[in-house]
Design a protein around this ligand. Structure first.
Ligand code: IMP
Ligand code: MG
Length: 177
């Protein structure tokens, strides 16, 4: 279990809800007649995906991919592979990737390249949070919830060593070291 670290709310659930509604309105405007395939990256995006698609009142499909990166517990190493891939073909589909956070950009740009090779008609990215100051590779975020400071966040799907995904707010882990 481990000791309880100190958490400070960065984005309260009401702010997240408002952002999700705004993003859904933007996405509805662009995708409502396109039968998009929404691709979430596990595990972090599951809660954002669940809330977002409940605001989308038009036909769409949902898929999840699971990626693994061999890195430290708070960092991705950039060596990424697909652990669980897609069941639906991407060729000719209108695809929207749903991500909880873009940090260095390595994970997202890997997945975008992976999908692009499969020849979708359109490929865009929706991210709830962007830690833009940490970017190592350029990533275009077409639909963005929040730009956040360079702090480790947990909650609303995001974890530290698999903990805290269940928090309704997004919190900063206050480092005591
Ligand atoms: P990137 O490849 O550096 O952009 O990192 C993307 C992945 O690292 C995300 O999908 C998260 O799983 C994880 N990550 C990066 N920053 C955080 C954070 O502040 N909290 C929790 N997970 C994070
Ligand atoms: Mg993630």
């Amino acid at each position: 279990m481990g000791a309880q670290p100190e958490l400070r709310i960065l984005l309260a659930k009401e702010e997240i809800e408002t952002a999700v509604r705004r993003l859904a309105a933007e996405i509805r405007g662009d995708y409502q007649d396109k039968y998009p395939l929404l691709v979430g990256i596990l595990k972090g995006s599951f809660m954002f995906m669940a809330d977002l698609i409940r605001q989308l009142d038009f036909p769409l499909e949902v898929e999840f991919v699971r990626l693994s990166s061999y890195g430290g517990r708070r960092k991705s190493s950039g060596r990424i592979k697909v652990v669980q891939g897609l069941h639906s073909p991407v060729k000719g589909r209108v695809v929207l990737v749903i991500e909880d956070i873009v940090d260095t950009g390595l994970t997202t740009s890997f997945l975008l390249d992976y999908l692009r090779k499969r020849k979708p008609t359109s490929l865009k990215l929706c991210a709830l949070t962007d830690k833009s100051s940490r970017r190592q590779v350029p990533v275009t975020i077409d639909y963005l919830g929040f730009t956040i400071p360079d702090k480790f966040i947990v909650g609303y799907g995001l974890d530290l060593d698999e903990r805290f995904r269940n928090l309704p707010d997004i919190c900063i882990l206050v480092d005591e070291s």
